[in-house]
Design a protein around this ligand. Structure first.
Ligand code: 6R9
Length: 635
């Protein structure tokens, strides 16, 4: 019996039980039957909980890129591996077959080697969503260098912090990037960043926009001529199962960004397994995840998960609104996309557009649609279900984190009955638990608590680069012996999980624990509301009270604000109860968002408490200018 693909609900429960009772057998069998190894492991796993040290497939030897590309060549050499859709729909798209990808990755691997990159070296990749980004990541992994992708929207200071933190000596970037109707110069940003990164020896440049750039003699090189000359064969480096594959920075609630370290074998096994099951992947599928490779979602579900399965993955350079708000639907129609995976923030913004944009397209190729990154509110869930999935395609609301490496909680399409706003059930191997304030495991259903995982899983991050103490402190200290996700969750009567937001988004009002996500859900149901964020602020009597920051749809703009406030509170009252009514409502032009589309509630919390001087690290913010406008705005 194979454990790699779950066929029905009964089998899900069977596999789940097996994965808990005999995790060595469960993961061992998946790893053995679905990947190629230079040498198999001695032990499936070994842990030291005290030290928060975890190893999977101990002493196994492999190369993940051999698994992503080489082993597919005999059967799938001419199959498209990557379909590249440029920002400008007038520009010709590119189809990169598995054979092409092999040649391009090998050439790049040889160039990196020639430039002195060695196994274990850290390589910073700061590129737009173009094939060179995927190829650079894979070339690093092929030679055993550790890639650290930085989203190409980060500022110079954010880059230099990350480059210095993990000691990158090499940077791969481009002259610039195209996003919507903008051309953004990237090289000058890198130049500025590197002024404070004395250890960087080489900068390799992709020509994307043709912008004029400064080339620093001895440091900067154009990639194209080097690639031209390079050999298109390369023998993949033998890697240990626990050799680091990549570092990816994620922001903490305070302090410097955390360089999460993912290692090779466990990450490979679980991203491939989760991709196969969560998206019900089949050989002829065209899979499209709209994330950027600068985020974990792009790493796991644009690059590694799909390629490990020999899939065709779409890589989109642009934005959902360019040239028109129908771009996503154009692309689905153009390539006959079968799985579409996006974020609630994108859905909410596309929902405010005229229905005709989505309804005028043939989306009949779609089979599964997914959501990731934030709780998906009920209204957005239904819109997605009705207009994109046409009530035909199951929505997979996938919960996971940079730290978890792959999806941990999600419905399985056509298997797990979905429920709006619920990520539903943990995947096999994932022992999700809810903990109460007294640090006891909650056994009952219909209760909320802190979401933890009580047994290690293969794709978990192994440490924070250079700071194992912080790793232990952040993830394993609140609930000893368990991984604390930082998220709050509710478990319903059948055991489905609903993520209620970061645990610090829980507000205790007059002794009642209120997750902000369900309140935002209720608010967003009001037809005049576009988006909302609710935070708690200190209140003399209630301990905390609720403050809502709300953006309006066009139709809401002309409405009387006082009436709107009353109506919004009525919605909350009837959906949740009068206890959850907002004490303050401020209508704002936009909400502060991170570059990956998450609302930065931390800032709103400070503002609501009158703390407007110091906001900590806001380098991940895409629209810092909104802070002042919110501070100066009237209630
Ligand atoms: C994959 C990713 C992780 C945090 C996570 C949680 C939130 C992600 C979610 C979700 C509700 C979902 N989150 N998926 N909340 N429902 N389906 O986004 O990684 O950028 O590290 O963020 O995102 O709060 O803890 P990352």
């Amino acid at each position: 019996m194979s454990y790699y693909k779950i066929e029905n609900l009964e089998q899900y429960f069977k596999h789940y039980k097996k994965s808990i009772r005999e995790p060595r057998k469960f993961w061992g069998k998946i790893a053995e039957e679905n990947f190629v190894w230079y040498q198999v492991w001695d032990k499936v796993f070994e842990f030291d909980m005290e030290e928060s040290k975890f190893q999977w497939f101990v002493n196994g030897k492999l190369n993940i890129v051999k698994n992503c590309i080489d082993r597919h060549l005999a059967k799938r050499g001419d199959k498209p591996a990557i379909i590249f859709e440029p920002n400008n729909p007038e520009e010709e798209a590119q189809t990169i077959t598995y054979n092409d990808l092999y040649n391009r990755v090998c050439k790049m691997a040889n160039v990196l080697k020639d430039q002195g990159v060695k196994k274990g070296d850290r390589v910073c990749i700061y590129l737009p969503m173009i094939p060179d980004l995927a190829i650079s990541m894979l070339a690093c992994a092929r030679i055993g260098a550790i890639h650290s992708v930085i989203f190409a929207g980060f500022s110079a200071s954010a880059i230099s912090k990350r480059v210095n933190d993990c000691g990158c000596k090499f940077v791969i970037t481009s002259d610039g990037s195209f996003r919507g109707n903008k051309t953004i110069p990237l090289k000058p940003i890198v130049d500025e960043a590197l002024e404070s990164c004395p250890e960087v020896e080489k900068v390799l440049l992709v020509n994307r926009t043709g912008a004029d750039v400064n080339m620093q003699e001895g440091r900067d090189l154009w990639l194209a001529p080097l690639l031209e000359e390079a050999n298109s064969n390369h023998v993949a480096q033998v890697m240990d199962a626990e050799d680091p594959l990549f570092i990816l920075y994620t922001s903490g609630s305070t302090g410097a960004p955390k360089g999460m370290v993912h290692t090779t074998a466990g990450y490979m096994v679980q991203t491939a397994y989760s991709f196969r099951n969560v998206f019900d992947y089949k050989e002829e599928d065209i899979f499209w995840c709209t994330a950027d490779c600068g985020w974990i979602t792009g790493h796991s579900y644009i690059i590694y998960g799909p390629l490990l399965n020999g899939a065709t993955t779409v890589m989109f350079e642009g934005v959902p609104s360019y040239p028109t708000p129908s771009r996503f639907w154009d692309i689905i129609d153009k390539y006959k996309v079968t799985q579409f995976y996006t974020a609630p923030t994108a859905i909410r913004s596309l929902m405010t557009e005229d229905y005709s944009y989505v309804n005028n397209h043939d989306l009949s190729s779609l089979r599964v649609i997914g959501s990731v990154g934030e709780p998906i509110n009920e209204e957005a869930w239904h819109w997605y279900n009705d207009h994109v999935g046409k009530k035909r395609c199951p929505i997979v609301d996938t919960w996971w984190q940079t730290e978890t490496g792959s999806i941990l909680v999600s419905p399985l399409p056509f298997i797990t009955p979905t429920k709006p706003t619920y990520a539903t059930l943990p995947l096999p191997g994932i022992q999700a638990v809810l903990m109460d304030e007294k640090r006891n495991e909650i056994e009952d259903n219909q209760i909320d608590g802190s979401l933890c995982v009580k047994f290690p899983w293969p794709s978990m991050a192994r440490t924070i680069w250079g700071n194992h103490e912080r790793y232990q402190e952040t993830y394993f200290s609140q609930f000893p012996g368990k991984y604390f996700t930082g998220d709050g969750a509710l478990r319903d009567e059948v055991g489905y999980y609903r993520i209620t937001g970061r645990a610090d988004d829980v507000v205790i009002v007059s002794g009642h624990n209120l997750g902000t996500a369900p309140i935002e859900d209720a608010i967003n149901e009001h037809h005049a509301v576009a988006e909302s964020a609710v935070v708690g602020y200190k209140h003399d009597i209630k301990g905390n009270a609720l403050y809502g920051f709300i953006t309006l749809k066009v139709e809401g703009e002309t409405r009387d604000r006082e009436n709107l406030r009353k109506e919004i509170n009525q919605y909350i009252s009837s959906h949740i109860g009068p206890i959850a009514k907002l004490d303050k409502i401020q209508f704002v032009e936009s909400l502060p968002k991170t570059r990956s589309g998450k609302i930065m509630r931390r800032i709103l919390r400070s503002i609501s408490n009158g703390e407007t001087k110091e906001f900590g690290d806001i380098s991940t913010l895409i629209n810092p200018e909104v802070i002042d406008s919110i501070i100066n705005g009237k209630i």
